[in-house]
Design a protein around this ligand. Structure first.
Ligand SMILES: Nc1ncnc2c1ncn2[C@@H]1O[C@H](COP(=O)(O)OP(=O)(O)OP(=O)(O)O)[C@@H](O)[C@H]1O
Length: 523
């Protein structure tokens, strides 16, 4: 049953009737919310429920259409992030705003308002990062860091400004279990220091673990409040989605040993492109028709480099190091590999997965113009708008993408909805080979189940599916075998019936692959 929000002097922040309208869509519809001092408050809701819109209004990057915000009991107008920071509100965004070509310290310096020398900022950032258990080398170049490490910079940047309220949007989506544990320790320490935290997450177990209260949004409205510790992950999911979330079903692979390997990786090695990147060391792997192979690993062990090499973002000298449907593909570009029947979904959805300022239809054309040339381009290359918008609409319906206009810009979609669109756009081609990095990053429980089920169905219809994920629960749920990447090496895949968390954990920690029995040889 819903507990009404409390109003007391202990409230740091109080929000009354906050409303934000985009076109005809009420993204936030008369939201009431209170956050106490020293409280970790969860903001829950399915993709597109209005969570990011609400916190953007609290951080001054969006102006509300109606409603008021009280800070320490006083009405305030937060018209830009500078004012938010001065009040004591810090934010760690879901999409990072870091410059690749600059160091961690230089990125931090850019957001600070004073003229502190960079060496002082670097020293402060380093000291703070170690004291909060989130070690960071301030001189490392952002472009060379894993997503998890980049997030650490965002968190340290926020903490350096000594905020009273810290807003975290999906902070653990890209972290390993160990990194997430570290973050939880940091948050608990901040709470003990009397700081307040507004915590957005789709991972309900962690919400139960660290949050004191939760407010649940659906279609822009507050639909429930609860103490997450008194709930189960299933009951929280039900509050968010409004119905039961379907369990994922993984039927057995038929005649597994006689299926053709549609994706073959042969002795793939790659020198590190920069002093910070991970070399790939003699990786061999087969993914057969009908199956899903999962790749587990602690972030930054070469998964990104492996994805680049397999997808053609980076080409190899040895054409036979990557073979797609029996054809040498190592020297082909992404488009060349797509034309062989492969599809690739990268980890970073804005920029890599989709062009932010283009509409969904334009993004559809951009990524599929070569593979769907006949359907999308008429004679003399004239764009067939109707065919493209039909395909785009099909994906939107199939993946239940929620949006505020018929064909909006990619950047206007909520994070999870954009992920649903990108995955759906590739699934819609029915590719023979699908390689996907972090398939459900930022996606709500219901949509994650939908994506996982769709990947299983794609595999069982005869495709080879390779999933790189930091979510071990996800890998155990969908994979037929799991291989582990450590320090640029890939273990042999362990069939799921023999895989245990302990075995996978040992390999993730660097145990000799030979010590794990029953693993599968490439053909
Ligand atoms: N700048 C914008 N222009 C138009 N529509 C927008 C804009 N920003 C958000 N929206 C729409 O507002 C709705 C709420 O989006 P919001 O990002 O707040 O959702 P969310 O709950 O944070 O979702 P997620 O869990 O996927 O991050 C969505 O339908 C989204 O498409």
């Amino acid at each position: 049953m819903a507990t009404p929000p409390e109003t007391s002097d202990a409230n740091l922040l109080e929000v009354r009737g906050l409303t934000k309208i985009f076109g005809t869509l009420k993204a936030c519809d008369h939201i009431d919310l209170t956050i106490g001092k020293g409280e970790i408050h969860a903001l829950l809701g399915e993709n597109g429920a209005g969570k990011s819109t609400l916190v953007k209004m609290l951080f001054g990057t969006l102006e509300p259409n109606a409603g008021e915000i009280l800070w320490n009991g006083q009405p305030v107008r937060i018209s830009n992030p500078h004012i938010a920071r001065k009040l004591g509100i810090g934010m760690v965004f879901q999409h990072f705003s870091l410059f690749d070509a600059l160091s961690a310290a230089e990125n931090i310096a850019l957001s600070l308002d004073d003229k502190t020398p960079i060496s002082t900022i670097a020293a402060k950032a380093k000291a703070l990062s170690y004291s909060y258990g989130l070690p960071l080398d301030p001189h490392s170049l952002v472009g060379d860091l894993s997503v998890g490490e980049r997030q650490r910079i965002e968190i340290i940047r926020c903490l350096l400004q000594a905020p009273e309220l810290i807003i975290l949007d999906e902070p653990t989506a890209v972290l390993t279990p160990q990194e997430a544990d570290k973050l939880f320790e940091t948050l608990e320490r901040l709470r003990a220091e009397g700081k307040s935290i507004l915590y957005i997450s789709h991972r309900l177990e962690e919400v139960k673990r660290i949050c004191d209260r939760a407010t649940v949004l659906r279609h822009g409205k507050v639909v429930d409040h609860c103490d997450p510790r008194q709930e189960t992950a299933a009951s929280l999911a039900r509050m968010m989605v409004g119905s039961e979330v379907q369990a994922v079903v993984r039927p057995p692979v038929e005649d597994a040993n006689n299926q053709a390997a549609l994706l073959e990786v042969r002795k793939l090695s790659r020198a590190p492109a920069t002093p910070f990147s991970i070399p790939l060391r003699d990786i061999s792997l087969d993914v057969r028709a009908g199956e899903i192979i999962g790749i587990a690993g602690v972030a930054g062990n070469g998964q990104g480099e492996f994805f680049e090499a397999v997808s053609g973002e980076v080409q190899q000298a040895d054409a036979g190091s990557v073979r797609i449907r029996g054809k040498d593909a190592g020297r082909l570009s992404i488009t060349g590999r797509r034309l062989l029947g492969a599809a690739f979904v990268p980890e970073e959805r804005l920029g890599h997965g989709a062009a932010p300022r283009m509409t969904l239809s334009e993004n559809m054309l951009l990524s599929r113009h070569a593979t769907d040339r006949k359907a999308f381009l008429g004679v003399a290359g004239v764009v067939r708008k109707h065919a493209i918008s039909t395909a785009s609409q099909r994906v939107i319906e199939e993946m239940d993408v929620r949006k505020s206009a018929p064909d909006p810009e990619a950047a206007s979609l909520s994070g999870g909805n954009l992920q649903k669109f990108i995955v759906g756009r590739e699934l819609d081609r029915r590719p023979a080979v699908m390689v996907i990095n972090q398939p459900t990053w930022g996606v709500d429980a219901g949509a994650a189940a939908h994506i996982r089920q769709a990947l299983i169905e794609l595999a069982r219809s005869g495709s080879a599916v390779l999933v790189i994920s930091q979510d071990l629960d996800e890998l155990f749920e969908i994979s037929d075998a799991i291989a582990v990447m450590h320090n640029g090496m890939l273990s042999r895949p362990i069939p799921i019936a023999e895989a245990t968390l302990e075995k996978i954990g040992l390999l993730m920690g660097g145990a000799e692959p030979g010590h794990v029995e029953h693993s599968r040889e490439p053909a």
